[in-house]
Design a protein around this ligand. Structure first.
Ligand SMILES: Nc1ncnc2c1ncn2[C@@H]1O[C@H](COP(=O)(O)OP(=O)(O)OP(=O)(O)O)[C@@H](O)[C@H]1O
Length: 457
């Protein structure tokens, strides 16, 4: 069946109206058009009227099994891009979804930063920047999400990423938060021999510690309370593809020993099972900490570090390659404009120069968020230097806060944490390093919380 495609829209299918409201709000805020459907009949009807650019669908969809629905709609609408939402920890569904042709999966509760990056990855047009001259293969700039920049550091990073992709070796991606480590990991997958296999990211820091092992290796039925059936983990999900272990520095030292064994032998045991499972997986790991310092402090096993560090790739901070700021900012404004149906929006040369002066402690992610904020707040066709300066000059503005509680009234810990972080960022005028110092937390932790609560700096 052929249909009109409306590539500028995202369709969300979930039977929870409250979830839909929240998710729609965020997706719309990032500039895409979004619609939602609450049941299978509405979904099929909606797809019959024209295909969205992307369908986000819950694996448990009313009384229907989302995987069956996925199969049905893929038969009718070949080429429709689907991202499945699965319950926390039910990685098995994710495996099945990817095998059935879903382009990616997300676990619920949805991490908004990850949702956004998945949607962007699936959605945005490839190669905004021209490929480097003389490159024969599509190369890093020909993949769905190009690594942009023309600074020497970025050109070297691209060349190294392409070479490492071809070799299938284990790669450790290092760099501060927001420098593009996940982008490099995806490029390694997309350009390598496993590109047709799954790319399975696992953010170690985003999981409660006690769930990391079973999410990674799966578990047997009855392995722990609530394990009512056997489940596969990310290692199995990534069979034939790439497993991306993000924030590896946060993994518990005991589990690091098991990961090491897996790296050496490519076999592992599901939690609660003695049987060995063998898979064929490429490992890419990333950390925003200094691994040598972590080893020195006894937080990262030295033998694991050497195993992972076969090819290190360092993503440089944006402040060391300011010449890339205009290229990135132009791409972000084009992308945002295209998504939100406002083609033609641009940044003046002096606006770009003003952006290039900044240090961007949150790196490319911070620049991306800032440019989007400009695009939303200054709808004229050309955003000029005064707009940039006005926004830069504003002290950090916290998003609408929850109402102040009565003294002595207990609040959920998330709310307390949110408030503390928002306050620290307000006092430090958005400087994450200072805020982290005030809070007695590591910078990486503060960035993670900023992502978690969707705070804009
Ligand atoms: N060189 C680049 N070209 C284009 N986009 C980039 C580049 N570097 C980073 N980005 C964009 O910046 C955002 C952050 O990048 P990414 O998530 O890869 O960073 P990260 O280093 O993995 O961050 P974290 O350590 O916080 O997980 C993403 O939206 C990514 O697409």
């Amino acid at each position: 069946m052929s249909h009109n495609t409306n590539p500028a829209s995202i369709l969300v299918a979930d039977d929870d109206p409250q979830f839909l409201r929240i998710i729609e709000h965020h997706i719309r805020g990032w500039g895409w058009r979004v619609e939602s459907v609450l049941d299978k009949t509405a979904l099929l009807r909606r797809l019959g009227a024209g295909l969205p650019g992307l369908l986000l669908m819950d694996v448990r969809f009313g009384e229907h099994d989302g995987l069956e629905v996925l199969q049905q709609i893929q038969k009718r609408h070949a080429g429709l891009k689907v991202v499945l939402l699965t319950a926390f920890g039910s990685i098995e569904n994710a495996v099945a979804a990817v095998r059935l042709g879903a382009v990616d999966y997300l676990t619920k509760p949805v991490d908004l930063a990850r949702l956004r990056s998945v949607v962007e990855h699936v959605y945005d047009e490839p190669a905004t920047a021209a490929p480097a001259p003389g490159r024969a293969s599509p190369g890093v700039n020909g993949v769905a999400r190009p690594i942009l920049g023309e600074s020497r550091a970025i050109r070297e990073l691209r060349a190294l990423t392409e070479r490492a992709a071809a070799s299938d070796c284990t790669v450790l991606v290092l760099g501060e938060s927001g420098t593009g480590k996940e982008l490099v990991a995806r490029a390694l997958h997309d350009l390598g021999p496993r590109r047709d296999g799954p790319f399975i990211p696992l953010n170690v820091a985003a999981l409660p510690r006690e769930l990391v092992e079973s999410t990674l290796f799966g578990h047997a039925k009855g392995a722990f309370t609530g394990a009512d059936r056997m489940q596969c983990g990310c290692c199995e999900a990534a069979d034939g593809g790439t497993l991306f272990l993000d924030e590896i520095g946060e993994m518990e030292i005991g589990l690091q020993a098991k990961l090491l064994r897996f790296l050496q032998e490519r076999t592992f045991q599901r939690v609660g099972q003695s049987e060995l499972v063998r898979v064929d997986v490429r490992i890419v790991a990333a950390t925003n900490r200094d691994p040598i310092e972590q080893v020195r402090r006894g937080l990262l096993r030295e033998d694991l570090y050497y195993r992972l560090n076969v090819v290190p790739i360092v993503a440089p901070p944006l402040r060391d390659r300011r010449e890339d700021v205009p290229i990135l900012a132009r791409c972000f404004i084009d992308r945002f404009a295209a998504r939100s149906g406002r083609p033609g929006a641009s940044l003046s040369d002096s606006a770009l120069a003003a952006l290039s002066e900044q240090a961007w402690p949150g790196n490319v992610r911070e620049l991306e968020n800032f440019v989007e904020r400009l695009a939303v707040l200054y709808p004229g066709p050309v955003i000029d230097e005064s707009a940039v300066r006005a926004e830069l000059g504003k002290s950090f503005t916290a998003p609408a806060r929850p109402a102040e509680p009565e003294p002595g009234v207990l609040r959920p810990i998330d709310q307390v944490e949110y408030q503390a972080i928002a306050d620290a960022l307000a006092t430090s005028r958005g400087n994450v390093k200072d805020a982290a110092q005030q809070l007695g937390l590591g910078q990486a932790t503060v960035y993670r919380k900023i992502k978690k609560y969707g705070i804009s700096v």
